[in-house]
Ligand binder design. Sequence first.
Ligand SMILES: Nc1ncnc2c1ncn2[C@@H]1O[C@H](COP(=O)(O)OP(=O)(O)OP(=O)(O)O)[C@@H](O)[C@H]1O
Length: 218
Amino acid sequence: MSTELGITAAGLTVAYDGLVAVADVSFRVPPGFVLAVSGPSGAGKSSLLWALAGAVAPKSGTVALDGVPITDRPGAAGQGVVLIPQGNGLARVLTARENLALPLIAEGKDDVEGVIAKALTAVGLADSGDHLVEELSGGEQQRVAVARGLAQQGRVVLADESTSELDSTNRERVLDLLRAEADRGAAVIIATHDPNVAAGADGHATMDEGHLSWERRL
Ligand SMILES: Nc1ncnc2c1ncn2[C@@H]1O[C@H](COP(=O)(O)OP(=O)(O)OP(=O)(O)O)[C@@H](O)[C@H]1O
């Protein structure tokens, strides 16, 4: 059997007690492609990304990267599945630089300082590395979260509403950076409410009450 490259969901269902948040979703995003997932609040977009990242266990179905099953968050992180979570998931009482450093050190990456400097520069925050996250604006915090995701050089990048608090210049900057992640070979999935973000992706799926349908196939 040939290996299917990229991230694959097969019959993926996520439920919280009785509530089905993701309902029998199947798709594949190959390396080099950007998929946008939109849909109303509560449609299941975050739950889908969390399941792809191994952060929530599916009720049924599977997730795999290059044919290798993803079963939990540490395993997924080790396989290179990067999640840029909604709400950023930053430690507010650490500096921007420290927030970027933590996952890199945990994964035993080389040249941590150089990688961090490059990522902060890419999001326009080269001079903010020593600021505590709680001292930064909401949009700056969102860019720190994107920088932390970029710094991990993932094989899969899952961006959950990562442009929601940005002005148009920074939104374009972040979208260019996510496109660059795909260009270097990552499979990128962006959950978004923004039609402009969806329009710039290679494929566009919508979710409604956990069900996924295609506006534009990959
Ligand atoms: N940890 C949880 N426990 C119980 N229910 C949850 C949990 N997380 C999400 N839900 C529910 O699952 C459904 C899908 O939520 P989810 O956050 O995945 O949607 P979303 O499309 O990302 O929404 P938004 O656009 O508002 O971020 C909602 O009904 C939500 O209330």
